[in-house]
Write a protein that binds this ligand. Structure first.
Ligand SMILES: Nc1ncnc2c1ncn2[C@@H]1O[C@H](COP(=O)(O)OP(=O)(O)OP(=O)(O)O)[C@@H](O)[C@H]1O
Ligand SMILES: [Mg+2]
Length: 235
């Protein structure tokens, strides 16, 4: 499959179909047994740690369980997103908030405003709600100044209303910041309502790549064969 610059698409497929694995191949954490990954015309060299590190600098990750440092402040978590941009030396000494230059702090505050939680900057992450935590995680990913954002079930732990808000935010980031985005989702209605392109995985293979309008009952049955607990759209 290929993804265009500034494109946004959804990954769907049953549990164990390989969505997370494919995301991890794209960001260089899993070396594929066969096939290759090409980013901006450059083939990823899975044997070269330094070149993987350089590529990863431009790839932001959003996770289901937020992956924040719970016992530190919102601002510190967002600032941590800047670390990937620095070379190793600064990475080590910037481990406490005091070492960040003012322009980075300003940038972090700007991003917290952008995601709508500037007033929580000095609060500890473990005091926030799930939706607020995901906003912090999104701000942290943006702090990295990524070209590509990979979101693996970003709304799996959130209630429906909060989920819609987070999806809205991700769509806005794609539209306004032109960041290419791949979003793993389980909620078919959310995919149909918000995305144009969907790629479906089944047993480690792509079984559909096309318009979300094509996701009718029959196609969904084919993708999720033998799967229970999925929400069927109205026929
Ligand atoms: N490096 C690897 N090589 C071969 N198989 C792997 C590797 N890593 C994971 N797998 C297998 O790939 C399968 C797919 O797992 P994956 O976590 O990607 O599924 P998923 O689609 O993200 O599922 P879920 O919706 O539950 O998150 C699993 O059976 C896993 O054991
Ligand atoms: Mg997964």
């Amino acid at each position: 499959m290929s993804v265009q610059e500034s494109e946004i698409l959804a990954f769907i497929g049953p549990s164990g179909s390989g969505k997370t694995t494919l995301i991890r191949v794209i960001n260089g954490f899993v070396r594929p047994d066969s096939g290759k990954v090409t980013i901006k015309g450059k083939e990823m060299n899975f044997k070269d740690g330094e070149s993987l590190r350089q590529l990863r600098k431009k790839i932001g990750m959003i996770y289901q369980l937020f992956n924040l440092v719970e016992r530190t402040s919102v601002l510190e978590n967002v600032l941590a997103g800047a670390l990937g941009r620095y070379d190793k030396g600064l990475h080590l000494i910037s481990s406490t908030i005091g070492f960040f230059p003012n322009d980075e702090r300003d940038r972090a505050m700007e991003l917290l405003s952008f995601v709508g939680i500037a007033e929580k900057a000095y609060e500890r992450v473990d005091r926030l709600s799930g939706g607020q935590k995901q906003r912090v995680a999104i701000a942290r990913a943006l702090m990295q100044e990524p070209d590509l954002l990979l979101a693996d079930e970003p709304i799996a732990n959130l209630d429906p209303k909060t989920s819609s808000k987070i999806i809205e935010l991700l769509l806005r980031i794609n539209l306004e910041k032109k960041i290419t985005m791949i979003c793993v989702l389980h909620d078919i209605d959310i995919v149909k309502d918000n995305f144009k392109r969907v790629v479906a995985l089944k047993s480690g293979r792509i079984c559909f790549d096309g318009d979300t309008k094509s996701l009718d009952r029959e196609l969904l049955h084919n993708i999720y064969e033998f799967e229970e607990n999925i929400v069927w759209p109205a026929a």
